[in-house]
Write a protein that binds this ligand. Structure first.
Ligand code: SAM
Length: 279
């Protein structure tokens, strides 16, 4: 273990020494509590010698925790100011860390991190949801290229990802997150844990993929949920009018068209999408 725990300077010192004043535009809210960071890095399970991918390492707090856990990590950071601090971390953990300077939205994470990678990140709020949707939309054969997602979101987004039917937060993101994955809130994180503290609370969501239900096209599920939740307060009979065949598929599945989208379970959406995928 000793070689995996090199002595590192406190994160506050790293921030001061490299002049890493937090940028709001880049969604920078840093985590400095190393015990908390080790707990986040433990959420995916043992990482020793496993591939991992991090978006936005910043000064490297979560990065060091992932490296201490023994992962082979690829990290993508858009803020060039952080690169010298990350280069120091790469030296402290020889052969374990590759830093890519760039925009995570433009990087091919699978090509860079490799199949089976655990994705772990304290995500910048402005690209968190599009990145999640991108990973959820990967090809499943029968599983996606990534092994798990361990992602910090603003609490409201975390609640939308794990929401159950009949609740206010239930919508497209819940269905797309849960139809072939298990999604849970693994940890709630108080705003005071961040530097600077954001306005709202945060939570770490842990997502593990399951084999996809057979015969369902993702595109069809996306169209179905877009139509259904486009008018979430209306009966689905009304909101699905724009999608040819949807009403018939709904009835064939024994789903009452007078219900509202927010009461339709993930399994029911999947069954309707399967019927529509056949046509
Ligand atoms: N991982 C660090 C931590 O937990 O303390 C920093 C997290 S901070 C919430 C988000 C990080 O993402 C910042 O370092 C920011 O510069 C970086 N970032 C913002 N947009 C990015 C993008 N499009 N691609 C890669 N990194 C980005």
């Amino acid at each position: 273990m000793a070689d995996e725990r090199p002595a590192l300077p406190p994160l506050r010192d790293v921030i001061v020494r490299h002049g890493l004043a937090a940028s709001k535009a880049l969604g920078q809210n840093f985590l400095l509590d190393e015990q908390l960071l080790d707990r986040i890095a433990a959420i995916p399970g043992p990482l020793k010698d496993k591939p991992a991918f991090e978006v936005g390492p910043g000064p490297g707090g979560l990065t060091r925790a992932i490296l201490r856990a023994g992962a082979r990590l690829v990290a993508v950071e858009r803020d060039d100011r952080c690169l010298p601090a990350l280069a120091e971390l790469a030296d402290a953990f020889p052969g374990q860390l590759t830093v890519i300077a760039g925009d995570a939205m433009q990087v091919d994470a699978q090509a860079e991190a490799g199949d089976g990678a655990h994705i772990i990140a304290n995500l910048p709020y402005n690209v968190g949801t599009p990145l999640l949707v991108g990973w959820l939309s990967a090809t499943w054969t029968p599983l996606p290229w990534w092994s798990s997602l361990t992602l910090m979101f603003q609490m409201e987004v975390a609640e939308r990802i794990v929401a159950k039917p009949g609740t206010d937060h239930y919508g497209r993101l819940a269905v797309l997150s849960q139809w072939r994955s298990d999604a849970r809130i693994a940890m709630k994180v108080h705003r005071s844990a961040f530097t600077p503290p954001p306005k709202v609370m945060s939570a770490v969501v842990h997502i593990t993929p399951k084999p996809a239900p057979e015969g369902v096209q993702l595109k069809m599920l996306e169209r179905l949920t877009a139509a259904a939740f486009g008018q979430r307060r209306k009966m689905i009979r009304q909101s699905l009018k724009a999608l040819p065949g949807a009403l018939e598929a709904l009835v064939a599945e024994g789903i009452d068209p007078q219900r509202r989208a927010e009461t339709v379970s993930v399994e029911e959406f999947v069954a309707v999408a399967r019927r529509l995928s056949r046509d």
